[in-house]
Design a protein around this ligand. Structure first.
Ligand code: FAD
Ligand code: EPU
Length: 341
């Protein structure tokens, strides 16, 4: 067995039978075929910033280290073809330095470019879907790479076709981004709204996003975590109105007709759970949506804490939170919601 401690951000002790860092698509195909021949499960990993290992993984972990960025342009757009193992934040910083704008709201999101489409990463009013041109996918069974347009990826809040139709036996090997030369700042979220729309630069947006994130979110290098542990829940307009009449300041974000998204962090915070700890796992004191490893957490501590948080929020608000983090068991992904129910 090999330790996974350097391959995920929760800093929970976990192991896998084999861990392989992959730098070429041919190597990827061979490693997958070998694992299948040995009848072993395969797990794809980027930087492990959205996973919780609930058990040791009894198979082969393929770590995406496919590198390379190609830049082309026409009169209106910059086009970036980015291999999946590139670090997402480095890509954002690099593009800014090249004078290519549009990724700045997505600064400091951990993980690989190839993982970005999987849950359609989003922050500060921008989602991956807004900058995506195409996604290149390896079909392991056929040994072929095919291309999906952004609309074929069926992006929605924290989800895509890579969690459903193309979840098993498919891997994102590259992403194509399309960024307009006529840059428009997106300043609708939080403190970004205080910036001057007509004068602001992409660098200022980047700096503000980085400052806010550093103030709220724990750095995985210092404190193990996987970002927001739960998704923000979407409720019906009717349920929202009942909640709003009791809690007039409840943060909310209108969705498609008849639905409203709530802030899970606010709900957890109102339950008085900031800093609440079970074993080595705790609710982050700066941002209640993040569960952290205080140093010696086991996966059971995190699961118990997540169960407690979910129950407390349900008891107070009649809203059931679902994990955003993907739970990995002995043979692959397990149902996270059932695990904490
Ligand atoms: P991993 O954790 O390695 O993998 C995630 C899932 O995708 C797994 O199920 C894995 O099997 C699968 N997968 C990995 N690579 C591939 C591939 N190439 N093809 C197909 N499937 C694959 N997310 C946001 O959306 N917004 C945020 O603001 C944000 N902030 C965060 C802050 C912190 C401090 C942390 C720790 C996390 C945050 N996240 C955020 C979550 C995380 O950064 C994203 O989900 C990111 O895209 C995960 O990338 P990764 O490479 O680490 O993926
Ligand atoms: N809030 C509280 N207390 C808390 C946390 C939040 O009252 O402890 C309130 C805030 O004051 C604000 C609202 O809840 O009114 C929303 O908080 P915040 O702006 O921090 O964002 P979030 O909804 O908690 C989401 C994403 C983050 C993303 C930020 C910024 C999800 C699950 N999380 O968090 O993504 O960075 O918005 O856009 O959608 C992630 O997915 O891992 C992640 C970190």
């Amino acid at each position: 067995m090999q330790s996974l401690v350097n391959y995920h951000t929760f800093a929970i002790p976990a192991q896998a039978k084999t861990v392989l860092e992959i730098t070429a698509v041919e190597q990827l195909k061979q490693a997958w075929a070998q694992a299948k021949l040995a009848n072993e499960p395969v797990l794809l990993l980027g930087e492990g910033s959205n996973v919780l290992f609930v058990k040791d993984f009894q198979g082969t972990v393929l770590v995406n280290r496919l590198k390379g960025i190609e830049h082309t342009q026409d009169s209106d757009f910059h086009y970036l073809h980015v291999n999946g193992g590139e670090n997402w934040h480095n890509l954002v910083a690099w593009s800014l330095n090249q004078g290519i704008y549009g990724l700045e709201n997505l600064a400091l999101i951990p993980g690989c470019a190839g993982s970005a489409p999987v849950q359609n990463i989003g922050a500060y009013g921008v989602e991956f879907k807004d900058v995506c041109d195409y996604v290149d996918v390896l079909d392991f069974q056929k040994g072929e790479v095919f291309r999906l347009s952004a609309s074929e990826c069926q992006f929605a809040y924290r989800t895509s076709v890579f969690k459903h139709k193309y979840a098993a036996d498919f891997m994102v090997v590259a992403v194509g981004l399309k960024l307009a030369k006529a840059w428009q700042p997106v300043l609708k979220y939080g403190s970004l709204a205080n910036l001057d729309q007509s004068a602001v630069s992409a660098q200022q947006v980047f700096d503000e996003v980085c400052a806010v994130r550093r103030a709220k979110l724990p750095d995985p290098k210092q404190t193990g975590n996987a970002g927001s542990f739960f998704k923000n829940p979407v409720v019906t307009q009717r349920q929202f109105q009942d909640l709003q009449s009791e809690y007039p300041n409840i943060p909310h974000f209108p969705q498609e007709e008849g639905f409203v998204k709530l802030a899970a962090g606010w709900l957890i915070d109102r339950c008085g759970l900031k800093g609440y700890q079970i074993g080595g796992a705790a609710v982050h004191t700066q941002q209640a949506l993040v569960l952290v490893n205080m140093g010696n957490a086991t996966s059971s501590d995190v699961v118990e804490l997540a169960h407690h948080v979910r129950q407390a929020v349900a008891a107070k608000f009649d809203v059931y939170l679902s994990p955003e983090v993907r739970f990995i068991g002995e043979l692959g992904e397990v149902n996270a919601e059932n695990t904490i129910s």
